[in-house]
Design a protein around this ligand. Structure first.
Ligand SMILES: C[S@@+](CC[C@H](N)C(=O)[O-])C[C@H]1O[C@@H](n2cnc3c(N)ncnc32)[C@H](O)[C@@H]1O
Length: 283
């Protein structure tokens, strides 16, 4: 592993990441895979070529790798980045060992703050990816990653970025103000929150890249009660911290609906693929 970061990570528990993994897997857009495969193949990576080299920033327990590695054919070499050593260890041990065509998937772990990732670190990388990460980042962090990835000639895939829109069925008059408070909470301390995809799109356009975006909503049905409850509680807590506490009777009302399997939530996300225009930069 690389050197230890000098500040503590925000806590993302393995339990929370595990609870959301199935919904994440259903939500992830598959449409970026074809342009991504084409790009990789044009750059000599994948079946019949050299191993695909992928860097997963903010990998957590490795959900992105578990989803993506078996959907790409050919040998792969993953670098898993996070600043939480416990999550990173779990990611390393849980990576798939084979790709879509049975080729070998290898992974190494890198305990590093993504702020420190430079173009030199990414040289030779085909794809930089990040899942449920982009909305946590500040403008400066996105600019720095985008410039580094662009200079190194990497494709970039950011998945599951919140858009700020949530649809609850049945709707309630309090939903809008809770969404506004939650979104403001996501923008705390300069984070992009629901502005992340628009900002990242502009950034890559300014670098001359082709940017493709795809919807990737969580569809939380009555049978996904445990995740919906955990998500609802987190949403109410964050909204309450940001503005005024959510009245307990409203919280109770929504929790009751959820427990009685009478609540559906659509939590909108976006997946973003940014591809270099022009000729391959590395063999
Ligand atoms: C919401 S979790 C997503 C984890 C994983 N990508 C997934 O989809 O399940 C965000 C992850 O980003 C990591 N993270 C946040 N800020 C980071 C930073 N500055 N450098 C490296 N990792 C960071 C956290 O430790 C956490 O594992």
């Amino acid at each position: 592993m690389s050197p230890t970061p000098d500040h503590a990570p925000e806590a993302f528990t393995p339990e929370w990441l595990s609870l959301r993994e199935e919904a994440d897997g259903r939500a992830r857009a598959t449409a970026p895979l074809d342009p991504l495969r084409t790009h990789l193949s044009e750059h000599g990576a994948g079946p019949g070529g050299r191993p695909i080299r992928i860097t997963d920033l903010g990998c957590g327990t490795g959900s992105q790798g578990r989803w993506l590695a078996p959907r790409l054919a050919g040998p792969q070499t993953w670098t898993l980045h996070d600043l939480d050593p416990h999550l990173l260890n779990l990611a390393g041990t849980r990576m798939p060992r084979v790709s879509a065509d049975g080729s070998t998937v290898q992974a190494r772990m890198c305990l590093q703050d993504l702020d420190r990732v430079t173009a030199a670190d990414l040289t030779g990388t085909d794809l930089v990816t990040g899942s449920a990460l982009l909305d946590l980042l500040t403008r400066d962090q996105v600019l720095s990653i985008a410039r580094a990835a662009h200079e190194a000639g990497c494709a970039v895939l950011f998945t599951l970025t919140v858009t700020g829109r949530v649809d609850l069925y049945p709707a309630h008059p309090a939903d809008t103000s809770i969404t506004d408070a939650f979104n403001d909470h996501q923008r705390r301390a300069g984070r992009l929150g629901p502005d992340a995809t628009a900002f990242t799109t502009r950034t890559f356009h300014s670098l001359g890249r082709r940017v493709l975006t795809y919807p990737s909503p969580w569809r939380l049905l009555p049978e996904h009660r445990d995740l919906t409850l955990a998500w609802l509680r987190g949403r109410f807590r964050a909204a309450g911290e940001q503005h005024a506490p959510i009245p307990t009777d409203h919280l109770r009302h929504r929790v009751d609906q959820c427990e009685q399997r009478g609540l559906v939530a659509v939590v909108h996300h976006t997946d973003l693929l940014a591809l270099p225009n022009g000729h391959p930069r590395h063999p």
